[in-house]
Design a protein around this ligand. Structure first.
Ligand code: AMP
Length: 508
């Protein structure tokens, strides 16, 4: 033990003795454990040579590639704060993140270099590098002359390792500050709880700008010294090709719906698979049941969020219980979960209330938002998740949590979180629009689809198709409404609040 709380120091303990073994395999090429150490070492040397103050942020908006993962590891090794950005974000969105986070370094796709450099100039970010999907770009060029040896810096448990921006309910995104301790403790707990083994092979198709793909999936495989099959995104053809050699898959519910839609997805194809994990959005009980019937294994559903990484999980070890569809399982070891009413009183089994959590995995607060941070923690230190849930109920045992809704009105489409407010603000600014309400409606493929209900100004007429086309140029595609309904007025309650529940029923 070297006593270093740096997350990379922990992960590297899991790397296999044979560093020439394959760690990451893409359809094009493979990377050994040596490659991981050396390439992250070169990137770390490059970052270290910039001589940045402690706690400097490195904002990264690049397509998924093994090199992008090495860049993340390099940032951790060099003691910087990694700030991944969804690749779908457009200029005005990235502008907000750079202005708010003031990163010292930005790494982007070369196709976006022009506008990102402009933003970086504006926000005083001195270093802009490019990293393309094939690993090329100015970052690789600059790193090539660096040494592959790098002594991972000494970190303290509470040093920041990453900032993950969540969309804000008020339209403003909040940066969840995660420490080395937050990430390490969760990685260690999941390593044991899900029975990770060195001979596991993880099918990794998740994006790496989000907690699920970057932390839960990647840390899991790295800490176990297990191989990853690395695909840029969900690809059913490739998944079917690789599944026979895989043992673990992590996905959002959409992945499982799509796999089940393909008759070639069979029990035989999954003969080596030991674990299918679902999260980020609710898995329908029908999907859980259909999967069990077809593949002969229950999907393991778990629950977590950017601010906390993983909180609860259905059991992997059957000695701890069965996996129960429609529930997110039991609190992970070391994580405390409670369900309370609005007066913070703990509720009994079956009663629906606010989910609050605490533990070594829970973030320290929102970046430069002390006020917001105070609001989201109780006086005795519990984090208010914003999710509404209950213990037990229906056929679930009393120590199993179910998430029944979201107090914060979040829409989850294809695993991406969307806050209606941000879209409503954009629509309300469009010519001829009086007001709008954005809701999520059930969608067989995406889980939920974004729908907007819009009231025109008196005498104005609105062209829904033109509005959608306009929005596509101004925000990430996954946020753009699939449909816009033009109505005379929005239903409101006596307090003047728009009754989104009525809209959801009406447009479902
Ligand atoms: P994010 O910060 O993007 O990971 O989103 C976190 C939110 O996703 C949580 O607060 C939940 O509302 C939702 N979520 C994550 N996992 C599940 C799950 N298994 N079931 C229902 N909702 C989930």
């Amino acid at each position: 033990m070297d006593g270093n709380a740096n997350l990379y120091a922990l992960l590297a303990k899991g790397f296999p003795a044979d560093r020439s073994a394959i760690a990451i395999e893409t359809p094009e090429r493979s990377y050994s454990w040596n490659d991981i150490e050396e390439l992250s070492g070169r990137f770390a040397n490059l970052l270290h040579a910039l001589d940045l103050p402690a706690g400097s942020r490195i904002a990264v908006q690049v397509e998924k590639s093994p090199e992008a993962l090495m860049l993340y590891l390099a940032s951790i090794r060099a003691g910087l704060v990694y700030l991944p950005l969804n690749t779908a974000y457009r200029e005005s969105e990235v502008d907000y993140f750079l202005t708010d986070a003031e990163p010292a370094v930005v790494v982007c796709d070369s196709k976006n270099q022009e506008w990102i450099s402009r933003l970086a100039d504006k926000t005083g970010t001195a270093h802009v590098y490019t990293l393309d999907e094939d690993g090329s770009g100015s970052l690789a060029l600059a790193a090539a002359s660096q040494s592959a040896e790098f002594d991972t810096v000494q970190s303290l448990p509470d040093d920041l390792a990453a900032i993950l921006y969540t969309s804000g309910t008020t339209g403003r995104s909040k940066g969840a500050m995660l420490s080395h301790r937050n990430l390490s403790s969760n990685a260690e707990v999941l390593n044991k709880y899900w029975g990770w083994r060195p001979d596991d092979v993880l099918l990794h198709m998740l994006p790496i700008f989000h907690v699920h793909g970057l932390f839960v999936a990647s840390h899991g495989a790295l800490l176990a010294g297990a191989r990853m099959i690395w695909l840029p995104k969900l690809d059913i053809e490739k998944a079917l090709h690789y599944l026979p050699q895989c043992t673990v898959l992590m996905g959002v519910p959409t992945y499982y719906v799509r796999l089940l839609n393909d008759a070639r997805f069979t029990r035989e194809l999954c003969s080596r698979m030991r674990l299918f994990i679902s999260g980020s959005a609710p898995l329908l009980t029908e999907t859980f049941e259909a999967f069990k019937a077809r593949i002969g294994q229950p999907i393991l559903e778990r629950y977590g969020m950017s601010e906390t990484i993983m909180l609860t999980s259905n059991p992997y070890d059957t000695a701890l219980g069965e996996r129960v569809g429609g529930t997110v399982g039991q609190p992970l070891p070391g994580v405390m979960v409670r369900v309370v009413d609005d007066t913070e009183t703990e509720l009994g089994v079956g009663e629906i209330g606010n989910v609050q959590v605490r533990g070594p995995n829970v973030f320290s607060g929102y970046w430069r938002m002390p006020e917001k941070t105070r609001e989201e923690f109780t006086a005795d230190g519990w984090f208010r998740t914003g999710d509404v849930g209950r213990w037990g109920g229906d056929s679930a045992p009393a120590n199993y949590l179910s998430i029944v809704g979201r107090s914060k009105d979040l829409i989850i489409s294809g695993g991406f979180n969307i806050y209606p407010k941000e879209i409503e603000l954009l629509i309300d600014d469009m010519p001829g629009v009086d007001e709008s309400a954005v809701i999520g409606v059930a969608h067989p493929d995406f889980g939920e689809a974004v729908v907007a209900v819009v009231v025109p100004k008196a005498g104005a007429s609105l062209d829904a198709a033109a509005m959608i086309a306009d929005m596509k140029t101004r925000m990430a595609n996954f946020k753009v409404p699939k449909h816009i309904y033009v109505v005379d007025q929005l239903p409101r309650n006596t307090m003047g609040k728009v009754q989104k529940n009525i809209l959801r029923t009406q447009y479902s």
